[in-house]
Design a protein around this ligand. Structure first.
Ligand code: ZN
Length: 247
């Protein structure tokens, strides 16, 4: 179990299984950005409790995208507390599972001989990686600009990893929550530092690379990725590294 660590004032990162979740705090009220796998519910709840709050204090939940490792525990909180779930207008249908843009078990068969792949698959299977879940009443967040939620996150359209992927910028803190548009490590990656995910995870590789342009222009020196450690580096430099590695 991890206690949430404060990466900027009232901005907290906590760990699910090989994935990050982010909690924004404004007084007693919270916003939860991504929630880990279905089996990460108690870890997320523990992180919220470590701030002296409970899941009922979460005013809204945001998805960077509707992959099971980001949406899993969100489904449980939504069902238990009816907390609204918001995402990019394009990602809503993905959260509803009108379609699925996610790597399947068979996609990993050619990689099974590689170091770390099998343990990773077993680890994520234990926390529900193969479950099919949906959020039928996921909502599109409104027009551009800061959202009316604790922490006032600003969505940044970064379509590519999934068709409606969104990052979230906290301009007041110089923080960007990049989801899977840019990560800093992954169990299936040999390198550390800013990078794109292994291609098997991306719905559209070209779009994923193009989406980096929307991150590079942000004013942010603290990067909170979907996978890997928080990095203190200007996002434009991180994008440059990720681009270099994607060639
Ligand atoms: Zn993903």
């Amino acid at each position: 179990m991890t206690i949430a660590d404060e990466v900027a004032p009232n901005v907290f990162r906590a760990s699910g299984t090989d994935v990050n979740v982010v909690i924004l705090r404004d007084g007693d009220a919270l916003t939860l950005i991504d929630g880990g796998y279905p089996g990460d519910v108690s870890a997320v709840e523990y992180a919220i409790n470590s701030l002296g709050r409970s899941p009922e204090d979460v005013q809204g939940m945001l998805l960077t995208h509707a992959h099971i490792d980001h949406m899993g525990a969100i489904v449980s909180f939504h069902e238990r507390y009816r907390t609204p779930v918001f995402t990019d207008p394009t990602e809503v249908a993905h959260a509803r599972r009108d379609y699925l843009e996610q790597a399947k078990g068979k996609d990993f068969i050619p990689m099974l001989h590689k170091h770390g792949v099998l343990p990773w698959l077993l680890r994520i299977a234990r926390v529900g990686a193969t479950r099919s879940l949906s959020i039928d009443d996921a909502q599109a967040f409104g027009s551009s600009g800061p959202l009316d939620l604790p922490g006032a996150p600003v969505p940044v359209a970064t379509h590519g990893h999934t068709s409606g992927h969104s990052a979230y910028h906290l301009p007041q803190h110089g923080v960007v929550i990049t989801g899977d548009a840019l990560v800093t490590a992954h169990a299936l990656s040999k390198v550390d530092g800013p990078q794109l995910l292994p291609q098997v995870f991306d719905h559209g590789k070209q779009d994923t690379v193009a989406a980096l342009d929307h991150l590079a222009v942000l004013n942010a020196e603290t990067i909170v990725p979907g996978h890997g450690p928080v990095v203190s580096m200007h996002i434009s430099a991180a994008v440059e590294q990720a681009r270099g590695r994607s060639r």
